[in-house]
Design a protein around this ligand. Sequence first.
Ligand code: ADP
Ligand code: MG
Length: 702
Amino acid sequence: MAVTPDTSLLDLAGVGEQRAKKLEKLGLVHAGDLLTHYPRDYEDRRQIYTIREAPLSQRVCISAMAAEHPRRTRIRKGLELVQVKVVDHTGALHLTFFNQGYVERAISSGEDYIFFGTVEEQGRRRTMVNPVFEHLGRQSFTGCIMPIYPLTSGLSNHLMASLVRQVLPCAAGLPETLPQHIRQEHSLAALEFALRNIHFPQDEQALDLARRRLTFEELFYLSVGLSFLKHRRETSQLACAIPARPKAEFLSLLPFAPTDAQSRVMDEVAFDMSSGRPMNRLIQGDVGSGKTAVAAFAGWLCARSGYQSALMAPTEVLAEQHFRSLSALLSPAGIRVGLLTGSLTPTEKKKVRTQLAEGEIDFVVGTHALISQGVVFRRLALIVADEQHRFGVAQRSALAGKSESGGMPPPHVLVMSATPIPRTLALIIYGDLDISVIDQLPPGRTPVETYVVREDKRQRMYNFVRKQVAQGRQVYMICPAVEEAAEEAPIDGPWTLSSPAAELKAVKTYSEQLQRHVFPDLTLGLLYGKMKPKEKDATMSAFARGEIQVLVATTVVEVGVDVPNASLIIIENAERFGLSQLHQLRGRVGRGKHQSYCVLITATRSAEAMTRLRTLASTTDGFKISEEDLKARGPGDFFGNRQHGLPQMKLADLSGDMRLLSEAQEAANRLLTQDPALSQPENRPVLQRVRQMFADTPDIFN
Ligand code: ADP
Ligand code: MG
C-alpha cells in the first residue's frame, strides 16, 4: 500500500490501537503529521568500526559476522538470555541479549550484520549488551545519522524512526510549499529534500540545508501572516479619528514635566489615533519609565472628543491604583473616571456598567477579565492593556470586536509592557504592532542598588530594614507565594513557581514571625493573591498612604504597583524567580527621589543561580536582563502556553535564529509589497498556508 499524507497511522506496520493512542498524544494521527514531527537531536552512527578498533564505553557501530547459532538460556522466570559470538578479521565480540528471545531466530550463523551498542572489555574479552542490529547492506538505523525524536512514555525512538521511515516516501508527492522565486532568492532546498534530510540526514551539510529551509519556511509564513494582518488592518479598517490637540493642555494637568521619551511617544499615539486607522501600538518602557502618563494622555485625547476609553490591568491592586492616580489627574479636567473590579458589589458593578452604556463614564479602569466580559460601551474608542507583555494576537483580535456591537468602528489598542522583550521575540509576538520605546527614566532617579545576600546575613538585613523605616521610608518583603490566586497567576504565567509549596515560606507564617520576633514595634501589612479584593485594596492603600511600614507580600505586587516612598525591597528565595520577574519586583522601589535598595536573599548552592542573581545586581537595564533570561531559560517561557496566540514554532529557535528571521521577514515584506492581497495565482498557496497556520487564531482574517 502506498502511504499518502492522509494515511492513518493505524495503517502502518507496527501501529495498533494502543500505540495509535500514544502517538495521538504527540499530535500524530496521519502520516503527514509524522513528516513534520522533527527530531530534537541526532546521533551520529555513520562510523563503522572493527571489533578491535572500536572505542570502549561509547555507542558505536561494528560490522561483524555471526560465528555460531545464538544460544538461548533461561536463567529463571522472567530472565532469559540469548548469547552469540560474532567475529571479524580483528577478533571476536560476545553479545548478550536480555529477554529478547526473538534474537535466537533473527541472527543466523555465517551472516553479516551491523551491531550498534557499547563495547566493554572484560580481560581480553570484548562484549556488548543488547545491541541494535541489522543485516549488513539492509541497514536503516545503523551506519547513518540517527534522528532522536521527542517521545512520550511507551513509544521508543526506534519505533518512531521506523514509522518515519515508512512515511517518508510520501514526501515525494507533496506540492512545494514555498514559491519558486523565494526559494531561489534565498537558496533554500526543495521541500522533499528538506523533509528527507531533517529526518535522516545524508551528512551534516544536508542537515544544515534541510534545517535552514524548514526554519525559514516557518518564520516566513509567520511573518507573512503577521504583516498580512497588519496590512489588512491598516488599509481596510476604519477607526474613529480622534483629532489631535495641543499637548500643553494635558501637560498642565501632570505634576511633572514629561521626559523627552514620554513626549515623543505621546506624539506617536496622538498621530496614530488621528489617522482614521486603528492604532495598534506597543509601548515598551522599563519599570518606572512613566507609561501611565502616556495612557492617561491617550484617554484624555479620547475624552476630549467625546469618546470612551478602557484601561485593563492584570490585577485588582493595580487597577485600583490606576483608578486613583487617573482620577486625581483627569477629574480636574472634568473627565469622569470609573472603576470596575471584582470587589465591587453586584449593585456597584451594575451601576458602572450602566454608566458605561450610557456614556456617563469617560475612562474606565478595571481588570482584564471584567472589561473583556460583556461590558457595553456607548462610544468606546480606546483600549489600553497595561502590563500585558504577553497579550497576544488572539486576545487583541478578540478585543477589536468589542465595540462593534455598538455600531462603533474597532477601538484603538495600546499595549503597555514593562517586560522588555528581546527584539527577536517582539518581532514575533508583536509582529503586527507598531512599537514605541520609552527609553528614558524620569530625572532624579538614582539606580536601585542591588545586593545578593546569603541567609546568614539575615540579622544585618533586618537592621537595614529598621534603618530605612527610621528614615521614614517603607519596605517590601517578598516571599514566594504558596497561595497565589488563579486569577493572578496567568498574567505572568510561566513564572509561577513549580517547587513544592511546602518548601516555601508561607507568607502568613513568615509575616507573623517577623511581627512577633523581629519587628514587634513596626506596623506590618500582609498582601497575597487569595485575599479578598477589598482587604487587598485596603492594605495597598494603607501602604500607599504610609500607614504600613513593612509590606509582606507575595508577587502580587510584581506588576506596576507604585509607592514612591518605598525604598527597600527584600526578596526571599530569590533564586526561585526568573530574572525578568526579579527585575519587575525591584522596579517597585526607586520610584521616588530616595536612594533605593533591592536585597536578594538566597541559600542556593548552585553556582549558576548565583551567577544569574549577580547579573541582576550588576545591571538595571531591563533589555539586557531579558536577553539573559532568554538565554538561560529559553524562549519556551515566553511561548510556554501559547498565550501569544501565535502558531507554534516547531523548528525555529527564537533565541538563535535571529538572522534567518530577518531574512524571512524581508522576504515576506517584499512579497506583500508586490502582491498585497496575495491574489496572484503563484502566491495563492501562500495565502492558503497562512490561513492554515493561523487557523487557531480566531477572526484573524476578518
Ligand atoms: P511604569 O512605566 O512602570 O508604569 P509609572 O507610570 O507608574 O511607570 O511611573 C512611575 C512613577 O514615576 C510614578 O510615580 C509617576 O508619577 C512618576 N513619573 C512618571 N513620569 C514622570 C516624569 N516625567 N517626571 C517625574 N516623575 C514621573
Ligand atoms: Mg505601570
